[in-house]
Design a binder for this molecule. Structure first.
Ligand SMILES: [Fe+2]
Length: 257
């Protein structure tokens, strides 16, 4: 069973809760669709886990901003990525606590991230098939965008049946048959054989669908399941405020926005 995670955003409490749940479910591989860091308070620890445990970990727009210094972020995200960079550079107080070889490799690991990955009949991106790092897929309430995405998969991505994406922090499943928003009463789907599927897995560390539980998906054969896991939101909020990142970045976690 593969777990597909995205947008952890330096939220260690969320990542620990998700991985604990995954271990119990029998997950054997972790694929991450990017934005391991940014916004949150624990970039070094989350990077360490991602670099050690994730089979795939893509370059998101926050990794790109981290390593290039270029972005179009709002002031809150910009402050957070500058702070993140300062934490991941060797010689910093947190990275000094890590193993000697490891501290020099944290930034290098982020620099090596690739913008997309192909595996069997699956395509993994952070943004979308139009731009794997930046393109933002709207909420599933916009059926036209989902239909366009499926049409593009059919026309231009003939070898690939399923595309997994993150970035929008909102889980949904789009197929030629329509678009579905998973919920607690209905979260497991068999991917339609021979048909295209576009899967947004939501966000582990900063969900934005008014549900503050971590969101991710698992794939077991052709069975796709969306999951929501509670974590200690208050603990991450406290850490954000303690290190001096903007209050909004803490408050949005409680609201799931
Ligand atoms: Fe993100």
């Amino acid at each position: 069973m593969i777990a597909i995670l995205s947008d952890i955003h330096s939220n260690m409490h969320a990542l620990e809760a998700v991985m604990e749940a995954c271990e119990k479910m029998g997950v054997t591989k972790y694929y991450c669709l990017g934005d391991v860091i940014g916004y949150g308070p624990r970039p070094a620890e989350v990077t360490r886990i991602a670099s050690q445990k994730f089979e795939i970990s893509l370059r998101g727009n926050h990794e790109e901003a981290l390593v290039t210094g270029k972005h179009r972020f709002n002031p809150y995200a910009a402050q957070a990525i500058d702070w993140t960079r300062s934490q991941l550079q060797s010689g910093n107080a947190i990275t000094r606590m890590l193993h000697h070889d490891e501290k020099d490799n944290l930034m290098a690991w982020h620099k090596e991230r690739k913008p997309f990955q192909l595996h069997d009949n699956m395509l993994f991106v952070h943004g979308s098939i139009y731009d794997p790092v930046h393109d933002y897929v709207d909420e599933p309430e916009n059926p036209i965008e989902s239909a366009q995405m499926i049409a593009t998969l059919e026309e231009d991505f003939k070898g690939f049946d399923v595309c997994f994406a993150g970035h929008n922090h909102t889980p949904f499943l789009a197929t030629p048959l329509g678009t579905i928003t998973p919920h607690d009463g209905h979260s497991e789907y068999r991917l339609p054989k021979g048909k295209k599927a576009y899967v947004c897995v939501g966000s582990v560390g900063q969900p934005r669908d008014y549900d503050n539980r971590s969101s991710f998906a698992t794939l077991d054969g052709d069975v796709l399941k969306f999951h929501r896991i509670e974590y200690d939101v208050q603990a991450t909020m406290k850490e954000i405020l303690e290190i001096g990142l903007h209050r909004f970045l803490a408050e949005r976690l409680a609201k799931g926005i």
